[in-house]
Design a protein around this ligand. Structure first.
Ligand code: FAD
Length: 624
C-alpha cells in the first residue's frame, strides 16, 4: 500500500511539473519533484533514467516512449557520442533550448543561462510541418494539449519555451534563470586552484555558473548576440515597418469561426490591400492572423500611411529616429492595428480588446525590419594556452527572421541540429578547420531553406544534415577558406591539435607550441638546403610546386620519397604525395589538397606556416 502511495505521489508531482504554466512555476515544480523523489538533477547522464524509474504510471508512459525513441537514434551513440564535452548555452529562447536538448542527448554536460525569469511573449510563431513533427516527437501534446490541433500550424513563443524547458530539464539540462552572460574569460596561463579552462563572466557575479568550465559555447541570445568575433552582414534594404498586435481570445464560438490569415500567399491578394486602403487609409504590404492563446496579428505597414494616420509624428530619414518612442503616437498605433485587424477578419471578431503585455500595457509593438542581419559565419574556434573553445551561433543570433514570413523557429531549429552535428564532430576529434569548413558549407543552405525544398521524410530527421537537406554539399567551403575562424590570440602557428575533448585540453607549454615565422623560415631553409629545384626564400610561393615539402620529408626519412624521380611541373602530384606521406608517417594533418595547391597561384601563407610548423614541432630536435 505504501508503494502505491509513493507511486501516486510521484505521479502527482510530475503532473504538477508538466502542467506548470510559467517559467518560475516550472522550475519550482521541478525542484520539488527532484527533492521529494531524491533525484540529483546535476547527475546529467543518469538523470533521465532515474526519473523514468521513479515516475512510472501509465499517464507518463507515452511520454517516455516518445523520448526513448528519440534518444535511441543512432547518432547519439547511446548518449555517449559527446561524453565529457561541456557546453554553455547563452539564452533560453526556443533555439537555445532546442540546441540544449540535442546536446544533452549526445551526452554533453549542458548548462543554459537565461537573463530573464519569465516567458512573456504572446507573439506567435509559424511552424513548418517538420517542426510540428519534431515537437510532437518530444511530447509536445503532453505539455500543451492544444498543440497544433487540426490544421493549426503555429504556437505562441511562451508556450514553445515552456514545453522546451520541461523537455530540457527531463533530459538532464541544467537551467539557470536571472543569469546574464557578459563575456568570455580566457583560460589563465598557469593552472590555478580556481580552474584552467574557458569560463564566462556573468551577472550576478558570485553565481556558481561563473565557475563552470566549458569546451563549447553557444550564442542563442537573440538578434543582438553578445558573443564577440562574428561579423554581421545586412540582407535587406527596403524600408519595412512591422506591427504586432495581440487581442484577448475568449474562446467563444463566434471567435472560433473567424478564419485565420496565414502565410505568404496572402501577400498576393492585391484586391484586399487596395480595398483596405480605400476604406481605412491603412496601407499594408502583408498581414498574418493566427488564432492562438491570443488573436495575434503581424503586418508590414507603409510609412506614408503611418504618417497620414498620425501613428508616426514626424518623417525622418533614419528609421531609428522615425520609430523612436517619442515619435510614435501610441493611441494612434493602437487604433491603426485594431482597425487593420478588424478589416482583415471582415469585422467578425466580436471584440478586439488588447491583451496586456509583460509591462502591463496593451500588447502592440512596432519593429524596424529595414535592416536585418545574418552572421557571416556560423562558428569559430578560439584557442588560448592550449585550450580550444568551439563558439557557435544559433537562432536569431545567427540569422534574423522576417516575422511576417514566420521562418524564425523553423530555420532556428535546423541551425540547432546543424550545430549539434558540429559538436559531435568536434568530440570525435575531427580537425578544427575541417569542422569549421563543414559547418560553413551547411550554413550556406540555411537562408534558402523553405518547407518545400527540405526533405519531406520527417521520420528520418536527425542532427545529421544529410537527413534534412536533399542537395547537401558538405564540403563546398574548403578548410583553407575558414582559417580566419581559428583564432589563437597571437596568430602563432602550431596550435591546432587533433583529438577528442581530453586531448583538446592538453596543456602545450608556450615554448613548445610557438614558433616565430622568422625562425621557422630559417629552419626550413636549413632543412631543404642543397635539394635540386628547391630555393626557399619565403613561407608561401617557395612551396608551391611541392618539391620543398618533399625535400623536408626526404631529409628526415629518405626511404619515404624517391626525390630524384619527382617532376617539378607536377604541382598537384608532388604536394599530394607530401601531404599523404606526412599524414601517414608522422600524423601531420594536411591543411589543403594537392589540387588546391595547383589551382592557386601561390599557397596561403598563414596556412603554410600552420602546416610547416607541425614539421618543425616534429623534427626540430632531430639530428638532421
Ligand atoms: P529568442 O527567442 O530571442 O531568445 C533569446 C533569449 O536569450 C531570450 O530569452 C533572452 O532573454 C536571452 N538573452 C539575451 N541576452 C542574454 C544574455 N546576455 N544572457 C543570458 N540570456 C540572454 N518572431 C515571429 O516570427 N513573429 C513574431 O511576432 C515575433 N515577435 C517577437 C517579439 C519579440 C519581443 C522578440 C524578442 C522576438 C520575436 N520574434 C518573433 C522572433 C522569435 O521570437 C525568434 O525567431 C524565435 O523565438 C527564435 O529565437 P531564439 O531562440 O534564437 O531567440
Amino acid at each position: 500500500e505504501k508503494e502505491d502511495e509513493r507511486t501516486a505521489q510521484a505521479s502527482q508531482l510530475f503532473e504538477n511539473f508538466v502542467q506548470a504554466s510559467t517559467c518560475k512555476g516550472t522550475l519550482q515544480a521541478f525542484s520539488i519533484l527532484c527533492r521529494q523523489l531524491e533525484l540529483d538533477p546535476l547527475d546529467h547522464s543518469n538523470f533521465y533514467n532515474s526519473l523514468k524509474a521513479a515516475v512510472s504510471t501509465w499517464k507518463v508512459k507515452a511520454l517516455w516512449t516518445k523520448l526513448d525513441k528519440r534518444a535511441q537514434q543512432k547518432v547519439y551513440s547511446q548518449n555517449k557520442a559527446c561524453q565529457g564535452t561541456r557546453c554553455l548555452i547563452i539564452g533560453g529562447g526556443p533555439c537555445g533550448l532546442r540546441t540544449a536538448i540535442e546536446l544533452t542527448l549526445l551526452g554533453c554536460k549542458v548548462v543554459v543561462i537565461e537573463k530573464r525569469d519569465t516567458f512573456s511573449r504572446n507573439n506567435v510563431l509559424h511552424l513548418w510541418p517538420y517542426t510540428i513533427h519534431d515537437l510532437r516527437g518530444l511530447g509536445a501534446k503532453k505539455f500543451y494539449g492544444k498543440f497544433c490541433a487540426g490544421s493549426i500550424d503555429h504556437i505562441s513563443i511562451r508556450q514553445l519555451q515552456l514545453m522546451l524547458v520541461k523537455v530540457s530539464l527531463i533530459l538532464g539540462v541544467e537551467i539557470h534563470v536571472n543569469v546574464e552572460f557578459i563575456k568570455l574569460l580566457e583560460p589563465p596561463e598557469e593552472q590555478t586552484d580556481v580552474g584552467h579552462g574557458w569560463r564566462a563572466e556573468i551577472r550576478p557575479s558570485g553565481h556558481p555558473v561563473s565557475d563552470f568550465e566549458f569546451d563549447v559555447v553557444i550564442g542563442a541570445d537573440g538578434r543582438r548576440s553578445t558573443l564577440d568575433g562574428f561579423r554581421r552582414k545586412e540582407f535587406r534594404g527596403k524600408l519595412a515597418i512591422a506591427i504586432t498586435a495581440n487581442f484577448v481570445n475568449r474562446n467563444t464560438t463566434a471567435e472560433a469561426k473567424v478564419e485565420e490569415i496565414s502565410g505568404v500567399a496572402f501577400i498576393f491578394n492585391q484586391k484586399f490591400f487596395l480595398e483596405l486602403k480605400e476604406d481605412t487609409g491603412i496601407d499594408l504590404e502583408n498581414i498574418v492572423y493566427y488564432k492562438d492563446n491570443t488573436h495575434y496579428f503581424v503586418m508590414t505597414a507603409k510609412k506614408q500611411s503611418l504618417l497620414d494616420k498620425g501613428v508616426i509624428i514626424n518623417d525622418y530619414m533614419e528609421t531609428e529616429r522615425l520609430l523612436s518612442p517619442d515619435n510614435v503616437n501610441q493611441e494612434a498605433l493602437l487604433s491603426y492595428a485594431r482597425e487593420a485587424a478588424d478589416f482583415g477578419t471582415n469585422y467578425q471578431l466580436p471584440s478586439l480588446d488588447y491583451a496586456i503585455n509583460h509591462y502591463g500595457q496593451p500588447d502592440v509593438a512596432m519593429f524596424d525590419f529595414t535592416c536585418m542581419y545574418a552572421s557571416e559565419n556560423a562558428a569559430l574556434i578560439r584557442e588560448k594556452h592550449g585550450h580550444q573553445l568551439l563558439v557557435a551561433l544559433v537562432g536569431d543570433s545567427l540569422l534574423e527572421p522576417f516575422w511576417p514570413m514566420g521562418t524564425g523557429c523553423a530555420r532556428g531549429f535546423l541551425a540547432a541540429f546543424d550545430t549539434a552535428w558540429m559538436v559531435k564532430g568536434w568530440a570525435k576529434g575531427k580537425s578544427p578547420l575541417e569542422i569549421l569548413a563543414e559547418r560553413e558549407s551547411i550554413y550556406r543552405l540555411l537562408p534558402q531553406t523553405t518547407p518545400e525544398n527540405i526533405s519531406k521524410n520527417f521520420e528520418q530527421y536527425s542532427i545529421d544534415p544529410a537527413t534534412r537537406y536533399p542537395n547537401l554539399n558538405a564540403s563546398c567551403v574548403r578548410p583553407h577558406q575558414v582559417r580566419h575562424l581559428f583564432i589563437d590570440g597571437h596568430q602563432g602557428p602550431g596550435q591546432i591539435e587533433r583529438g577528442g575533448p581530453a586531448r583538446r585540453s592538453v596543456n602545450l607549454s608556450r615554448k613548445e607550441s610557438e614558433v616565430h615565422p622568422g625562425r621557422l623560415l630559417n629552419w626550413c631553409q636549413r632543412q631543404t638546403h642543397g635539394y635540386q629545384g628547391v630555393d626557399v626564400t619565403n613561407l608561401a610561393s617557395s612551396w608551391r610546386n611541392g618539391l620543398a615539402l618533399c625535400a623536408l620529408i626526404h631529409r628526415q626519412k629518405p626511404e619515404l620519397i624517391d626525390y630524384d624521380s619527382l617532376n617539378e611541373e607536377d604541382v598537384a602530384g608532388n604536394n599530394q604525395l607530401a601531404f599523404d606521406v606526412a599524414e601517414r608517417e608522422f600524423g601531420i594533418q594536411p591543411v589543403t589538397t594537392g589540387k588546391e595547391m595547383a589551382a592557386d597561384s601561390q599557397p596561403d601563407k598563414l596556412l603554410m606556416v600552420l602546416y610547416l610548423s607541425k614539421f618543425y614541432e616534429a623534427f626540430r630536435n632531430s639530428p638532421f
